[in-house]
Write a protein that binds this ligand. Structure first.
Ligand SMILES: [Zn+2]
Ligand SMILES: [Zn+2]
Length: 218
């Protein structure tokens, strides 16, 4: 059992996941989560599909005994974060992630800085997932990034799928009051709530409920 049973990063068949939103909710209930976030990819959710998506998440929120939030996973691009203002107002939160293939870790950091300055963004998704492949940015730029998150009130997810960020980054977030959230990045219902790595590293870094973005729901 988890001490902080939540998962804010799950996909459904509304984007590249399998299974319906209701299947994710059912899986979350079985696993004893108190908070589930649905966060399908923004580029699948255009026009009517977005409105259907929001309606369906809200319906499951009514029917479920646990808190179900409507999120989205937007892309951090060279032209900004791809979520429209009209969408943001209907969402409970926005995750922004780098999905571009970059070969320079400092370029990655610059893109994330842009997202930290974007007022539609709440959470940075799987920060540093590609560092093992493209190399690591220097300590100085990581520190600047966390300072910027502190100043702009943004959170980072702790991704069990990619096992990022590392513990020293998480410790620094906690030290500066930058909020954190657990994320499975499940693409099928049976992976919903697979956040034990997130919780383990969070606790090891000294995290408590006050350090979690959605702690009030737990
Ligand atoms: Zn992603
Ligand atoms: Zn994802």
């Amino acid at each position: 059992m988890l001490d902080f049973p939540h998962d804010i990063h799950t996909h459904s068949a509304y984007s590249d996941g399998v299974g319906g939103i209701g299947d994710n909710v059912a899986a979350a209930e079985v696993r004893g989560l108190r908070l589930l976030g649905i966060s399908d990819h923004s580029h699948y959710l255009t026009g009517r599909a977005f409105n259907r998506y929001i309606r369906e998440v809200r319906r499951w929120r009514e029917e479920s005994g646990i808190t179900v939030l409507a999120g989205i996973e937007a892309n951090i691009t060279h032209n900004g974060v791809d979520v429209a203002a009209g969408m943001v107002e209907k969402l409970d939160y926005v995750i922004a992630s780098v999905h571009l293939w970059l070969d320079d870790p400092e370029e990655y950091v610059e893109l994330v800085k842009g997202a930290l300055l974007d007022e539609s963004v709440d959470i940075i998704g799987h920060f540093g997932a590609s560092f093992p492949h493209i190399g690591y940015p220097d300590e100085e730029s990581l520190r600047e990034l966390i300072e910027l998150a502190e100043a702009s009130g943004k959170a980072f997810e702790i991704s069990s799928r990619y096992r990022v960020p590392d513990i020293s980054f998480i410790r620094e977030c906690i030290r500066r009051g930058v909020k954190l959230v657990f994320a499975s990045d499940a693409h099928r219902p049976r992976d919903v709530g697979s956040v034990s790595w997130s919780e383990r590293v969070f606790k090891k870094a000294g995290g408590t409920k006050e350090d979690l973005l959605f702690g009030e729901f737990l």
